[in-house]
Design a protein around this ligand. Structure first.
Ligand code: 13P
Ligand code: SF4
Length: 302
């Protein structure tokens, strides 16, 4: 189907189903362009609480769609393709959490939203990259178990001064792990007037070179502070930023920083998702109830 026709059909089906499309900042440009709501993982979770629609088509990865479903059990949440998954979230198992808890029984379990619903059911509170340091800082404990991203754990430990136990020991995002000090050097040479905005999933040595360390939502909020930026996160973020700030310059630090899970979704998938009402996200009630408490605690604390 031609792209204009596809968009026309998506809009028609959206009306027929009373659906909205929520999308993460890493989605393909053509999906960002048709989304009803775009945001980082915290903004998407917040928005999911107050959605005025029967159906949410979630253009993001599976844990984000699960979070929307947990917060909205009575609504239908659709993930356009089962291939939209987060490799980092899949690194954390229940066994990792249970073993860490045996070693540190008094430490609260703080889980990045990039984790499965099952894992969240074991969390005291969830966090996103936008609020992790703030929430850990507020917890009444100097030691926390934190998973699955060890680089975000490093950032949190640095900001809060607390002891952060990473679970698993080497949880990471393969997209953000690509950024190295050579990328920093190249960026400084090629764009001497630019500042560096760095996602906290990047390696500690890259974080140390950052002008600001922020979530994707934080990048949008703080872009107003300077006219030229090199962006250390998934490639599509520069599309989002350039659209919002057409008079500023945003350079991707690497062109190959691509999240396969995010990029698995196409306009065709969104059309088929609305047409066939697939793939419906379901979270078993007992897991959803426990995970909801951890997510709601995050929303209250941030
Ligand atoms: P944000 O919370 O910054 O949107 O990040 C989510 C994510 O998966 C980053 O890789
Ligand atoms: Fe997961 Fe990394 Fe993709 Fe974010 S960029 S969704 S952390 S794999």
């Amino acid at each position: 189907m031609e792209i204009e026709k596809l968009i026309e059909e998506i809009n028609r089906l959206k009306e027929e189903r009373n659906a909205i499309i929520m999308a993460h900042n890493y989605q393909l440009p053509e999906i960002q362009d048709i989304a009803d709501f775009l945001g980082d993982s915290l903004e998407l979770a917040r928005k999911a609480v107050n959605v005025d629609a029967d159906v949410i088509v979630f253009a993001g990865v599976d844990f984000m769609a699960e979070t929307a479903k947990i917060l909205n059990p009575e609504k239908t949440v659709l993930l356009p393709t089962r291939r939209a998954t987060c490799a980092m979230a899949n690194m954390l198992t229940i066994k990792h959490i249970v073993e860490a808890k045996k070693k540190y029984p008094d430490a609260p379990v703080v889980l990045y939203v990039n984790s499965s619903a099952e894992a969240k059911a074991y969390a005291d509170v969830t966090v996103t990259s936008a609020n992790a340091a703030k929430i850990v800082g507020k917890l009444d404990s100097d030691v926390v178990i934190f998973g699955p991203d060890k680089n975000l754990a490093h950032h949190v430990a640095k900001v809060t001064g607390k002891k952060v136990i990473p679970v698993p020991p080497n949880g990471h995002c393969y997209v953000h792990r690509k950024f190295t000090l050579e990328d920093v050097e190249r960026a400084r040479k090629l764009y001497p007037n630019a500042k560096l905005m760095v996602h906290p999933e990047c390696e500690p040595e890259v974080q140390e070179q950052a002008d600001i360390i922020v979530s994707t939502g934080g990048m949008i909020k703080r872009a107003c502070e300077h006219d030229e930026w090199v962006v250390f996160t998934e490639r599509e973020m520069t599309y989002r930023l350039s659209k919002l700030y057409p008079n500023k310059k945003f350079y991707p630090a690497r062109n190959d920083a691509t999240c396969i899970g995010m990029k698995a979704i196409t306009l065709q998938h969104i059309y088929e998702s609305l047409r066939d009402m697939k793939y419906q996200i379901e979270v078993p009630a007992e897991i959803a109830e426990r995970a909801r408490k951890a997510i709601e605690r995050m929303l209250e604390m941030s």
